[in-house]
Every structure is written in structure tokens, then in C-alpha cells.
Design a protein around this ligand. Structure first.
Ligand code: PLP
Length: 389
């Protein structure tokens, strides 16, 4: 019998991938499945970005790059952050990563160990808790509640800080709820955190360019008083429809950049070179396709939320960002997992139970509206038929 490390037993997963696999299996059996489960744009990567990668390959960029990423890409990231948030970031503090996930993986590994605490949003991206438990740290949930439109209370977060707290993770706009934390709440958090210079903050801003109704993203980079404590996670996956490219970036304080670079060298060496050239084209090229994508998401958001609200037993707040609706389904009398499975197996509609995102996700389902409006309408109709059976 092979003996594997005990810590492996603490590792969780991202259920959306299991659902994607099950939906694929059902499709192969000839079933018509509408996938509102996986969190990725249904658009193609803009052509000029694809071409930049192809050109990089033709130009001979086939080798390793610096582990931190090529300088022109890190410079382009800084210029983009300056344009979007008016902030100055030194390219030396930028880490190019194979996607958004490795930043959370490395940040949690860096701070988590037995005897420490790490705070994370609940409901939230499942990998946060998974990795916290893997590291041996104690996961301390930050409650995101429906009545607060899935924002956190900064006072509550600050009140949970103990001498064991090493890292706080926030994510706005958020997965799975689409909740956008108001600026006032961010300011209270920053003010409080500045009094705890020994506590790090990881701000997951991967959906920062998907905000609606005139909301503007407030990057945590806008607050110089916490820069020495701050890690910002961002990337190309969602904004540029590049989930499969595995390209992300993060900003690290001076005291941590060498350490994260060392983790990268131990893990993946560098991000593949053509993807990095594609990243430059994305940041420096035309933005019309990105804008069109956000407009399409906004239209779908405005369609799906009222439709979900018409379903018996459903109640859905209007999300402020990302591409998820997170209806409360308690009124159906079913648990989240039960309804998720019933909808997939009987109605051919893939969604993700809120419980995949934390204890507070019970009673909710995540609908990704990264699908055509016709498919969304069809999916809601199918769920309506299922519920009225
Ligand atoms: N952070 C959040 C909140 C996400 O929802 C996701 C992907 O779903 C990621 C990070 C990871 O993104 P990537 O696919 O670039 O690793």
C-alpha cells in the first residue's frame, strides 16, 4: 500500500470541474446539457492576442523566460494598473504566474502553518479554504450574507483578527456571489489593517473589470498605507477570455517578491513564453472586444436575475459584478446539492451548489451567466418545468 502525506487528506477541490466532467459525460450519452456551471467566458480570446502568441512562436520564443516573467510584460502590467487605478507599481514587484490560482496557492503556502489563522470569504472561491487546510492553518470564514448583497462587514473582519492571524483573503467582485464590496467598507478595512502591520492581505481582483451599473473597482493597490502587507491577484483569464492559456499576475511587497519567485522556480520555472507575449498584446491592444463582452454579461445579468426571481422558491439579489447569479433556493424545500443534481440529471442544466463554496452557501445555487441569452432562457424554463412537476 502506498503511503502518501497526511496533508493530502486536507486538500479540497473545485466542484465546478466535477460538474463540467459529469455534464460532458451526459452530453456523450446524447443528452442536451446547458452549462451554467463553469466560470469561464463563452467568448473566444480576441484574435490579435492569439496572433501575438503565434508570432512569438514563429519568432523563436521557445525557451525559458525569467521566472518572474519577461520585463516588457511586467512593464505592461504596471502601465495597465496605472491606467485602470491610477497607481504606481514597480515591475520588480510583479510576478507573472500560470493563471490566477498559483498566486493564492503560493500566498497561502507562504503564510499558513499549524498554529496560525487565515481568513477567507464564505461563500467564496473553494481553493482558498482547501489550501488553508492543506497548509495546516486554521480557516476563519468571513461571512458574506445575502442581506448585505454578499459584501463583508469590515468591522467583522477586523474583530476576527487575533495574534495568530497571518493572512486575510478578500475577493471583490466575488465568486460565487457576484457581490461587489462598497468602497466605504474597503476603506474601513484598510484603516483597521494598517494598525496590524504583521497581518497580510491578499486581494483577489480577477473580476475587477466586470462591474456593472456604473460601479468602479477600488483596487487595494490604491492605499499606500498597506502596500507592505498587500498581495494583489489578477490575471487575463476572465477579462480577456483566456482561461485555458494559464496566464495571471500578482503584485507582491518588497519583502515577499524574492520568496514567491523562489516558490515559482521550485514549481513551474516560468510561464510559457508565447502566452506572455499574448499577455502584452492583450494589455496594449484594442479593448473593444473586452468592452463588448462586459456589455453582453451585463445584458444577461439583467435578464437572468428577474427570470430566476420568477421561479417558485427562488429569490435572487442583483449581483454587482463578475458573471454569476447566486439565488437563494430555500423556498424550493430542497438542499443546494440535491437541487444541483436534480437540475443536471433531470433537466440538463448544469449549475453549482452553494455548498461547494462554503458552509454559508447552503440554500444557494451558482448560475454562471457566461452563456448565450437563448440558452439562459431555455435553462430557466427547464428549471421552471422541473420545479412545477
Ligand atoms: N480567483 C477567483 C475568485 C476565481 O473565480 C478564479 C477562477 O474561477 C480564479 C481566481 C482563478 O483563475 P485562473 O483560472 O486564472 O487560475
Amino acid at each position: 500500500m502506498l503511503q502518501i502525506a497526511k496533508s493530502m487528506g486536507a486538500l479540497g477541490t473545485e466542484t465546478a470541474f466535477d460538474i463540467l466532467a459529469r455534464a460532458g459525460e451526459l452530453e456523450r450519452q446524447g443528452r442536451d446539457i446547458i452549462n451554467l456551471g463553469i466560470g469561464q467566458p463563452d467568448f473566444k480570446t480576441p484574435q490579435h492576442i492569439v496572433e501575438a502568441a503565434v508570432k512569438a512562436l514563429h519568432d523563436g520564443h521557445h525557451g525559458y523566460t525569467p521566472s518572474q516573467g519577461i520585463l516588457p510584460l511586467r512593464e505592461a502590467v504596471c502601465a495597465d494598473l496605472n491606467k485602470r487605478h491610477g497607481v504606481d507599481v514597480n515591475p520588480d514587484n510583479v510576478m507573472i504566474m500560470p493563471g490566477g490560482k498559483p498566486t493564492m496557492f503560493f500566498a497561502i503556502l507562504m503564510f499558513g502553518e499549524p498554529g496560525t489563522e487565515i481568513m477567507y470569504p464564505d461563500p467564496g472561491f473553494p481553493i482558498y479554504r482547501s489550501m488553508i487546510e492543506y497548509s495546516g492553518a486554521k480557516p476563519i470564514p468571513i461571512s458574506l450574507r445575502e442581506e448585505n448583497e454578499f459584501s463583508f462587514s469590515a468591522e467583522e473582519v477586523l474583530a476576527q483578527i487575533t495574534e495568530r492571524t497571518r493572512l486575510i483573503i478578500i475577493n471583490t467582485p466575488g465568486n460565487p456571489t457576484g457581490g461587489a464590496v462598497p468602497e466605504a467598507e474597503i476603506k474601513i478595512l484598510v484603516e483597521g489593517l494598517a494598525k496590524h502591520p504583521n497581518v497580510a492581505l491578499m486581494s483577489d481582483e480577477i473580476y475587477s473589470q466586470m462591474l456593472y451599473d456604473g460601479r468602479k473597482h477600488v483596487s487595494l493597490l490604491s492605499f499606500p498605507e498597506i502596500r507592505d502587507q498587500l498581495i494583489v491577484l489578477d490575471g487575463w483569464s476572465k477579462t480577456y477570455a483566456m482561461t485555458g492559456w494559464r496566464l495571471g499576475f500578482s503584485i507582491w511587497p518588497d519583502s515577499l517578491i524574492e520568496k514567491v519567485n523562489r516558490l515559482a522556480i521550485n514549481c513551474h520555472s516560468c510561464v510559457n513564453a508565447p502566452a506572455q507575449f499574448a499577455g502584452i498584446a492583450a494589455l496594449e491592444g484594442p479593448t473593444d472586444e473586452v468592452e463588448a463582452m462586459v456589455t453582453a454579461f451585463d445584458e444577461r445579468r439583467k435578464a437572468i436575475v428577474p427570470w430566476l426571481n420568477q421561479l417558485p422558491g427562488f429569490r435572487c439579489v442583483m449581483p454587482g459584478g463578475a458573471f454569476y447569479a447566486f439565488p437563494n433556493i430555500e423556498g424550493t424545500g430542497m438542499g443546494a446539492k440535491e437541487l444541483q443534481n436534480k437540475m443536471l440529471e433531470e433537466a440538463g442544466v448544469a449549475t453549482v451548489a452553494g455548498t461547494a463554496f462554503g458552509i454559508l452557501g447552503e440554500g444557494f445555487l451558482r448560475f454562471s451567466y457566461a452563456n448565450s441569452i437563448e440558452n439562459i432562457r431555455k435553462a430557466v424554463d427547464r428549471v421552471g418545468d422541473l420545479l412545477s412537476k
